[in-house]
Design a protein around this ligand. Structure first.
Ligand code: ADE
Length: 255
């Protein structure tokens, strides 16, 4: 896969794109990466990429022409899926990461200031937000998406299983994991994990995933594939949570 970014701070990508799994994926030629400088597509002395908003208002907007010209050049010879980063986009999820990992080439356009001139979005295949908060620019969002996509590329992670059995697979959170020592400062590893009984361990992990998801991310459950028995477990967790809330309310009232 090839990932390219277009931004006024291409130097921000140095370091994060060289280290760890992404660095290794690049060295193994599983991932090609290039950070383009949007200022290379400006024509004025100051290499301006921003201007004041029509109609007035706070701050500066990213101009339309450099983005259009850059995309004309970058897409001239080879197609790509064009992503824009903006808090107004669809929220990034593991499922989007999986869809993007199937593409041959991604061009990620990163804004700064108060956002882009709206006309740039006519060039977008997808607008992505990292979440309901405002970053100073799209570069960090592009790095997050590159990281999440890169680790899904075939051959990038040594153990292909680690892609399957992880949080959000099947819309469930990952089960708790432990390593040595079996007991530390009075904190013990659940007995079942030391039993060597693989069927029992698999059943315990599945149950823990469901309990965790029901408690921490119930919003994921409607899309999870659960058996009737597992839905009973979800309902039991919901009752537990409701009971906890009632008991907290009760003890507050008794004070
Ligand atoms: N640019 C500014 N805020 C952002 C966000 N939350 N997600 C993606 N890009 C952004």
């Amino acid at each position: 896969m090839r990932i390219e970014t277009l931004s006024v701070f291409p130097q921000m990508f140095e370091g994060p794109m060289d280290a760890s799994i992404i660095g290794r994926a690049r060295r193994m030629s599983k991932l090609e990466f290039a950070a383009h400088d949007l200022r290379d597509w400006t024509h004025d002395r100051h290499r301006s990429t921003d201007d004041e908003p029509f109609g007035g208002g706070q701050g500066q907007l990213m101009k339309v022409e450099p983005v259009f010209e850059a995309l004309d050049d970058l897409l001239a010879d080879e197609p790509a899926q064009v992503l824009f980063f903006t808090p107004v986009g669809e929220t990034f999820t593991q499922s989007i990461a999986q869809q993007l990992a199937r593409e041959q080439r991604l061009v990620m356009v990163c804004g700064r200031y108060e956002g882009f001139d709206e006309r740039v979005y006519t060039r977008a295949d997808r607008c992505i937000s990292l979440g309901d908060y405002v970053l100073t620019g799209g570069e960090l969002a592009a790095m997050v998406v590159t990281d999440a996509v890169c680790r899904l590329l075939p051959g990038v992670l040594g153990d292909e299983l680690s892609n399957i059995e992880e949080s959000f697979h099947g819309n469930l959170l990952e089960y708790p994991q432990y390593t040595r020592p079996a007991s530390y400062r009075g904190l013990s590893v659940p007995e079942v994990l030391l039993s060597g009984d693989h069927a029992k361990i698999a059943a315990w992990r599945r149950r823990q995933s469901i309990i965790r998801t029901a408690r921490l991310r119930p919003d994921l459950l409607p899309d999870a594939e659960l058996s009737e028995q597992e839905w009973d477990l979800v309902r039991a967790c919901r009752r537990d949570l409701a009971d906890e809330a009632t008991s907290i309310e009760r003890s507050d009232c008794e004070r």
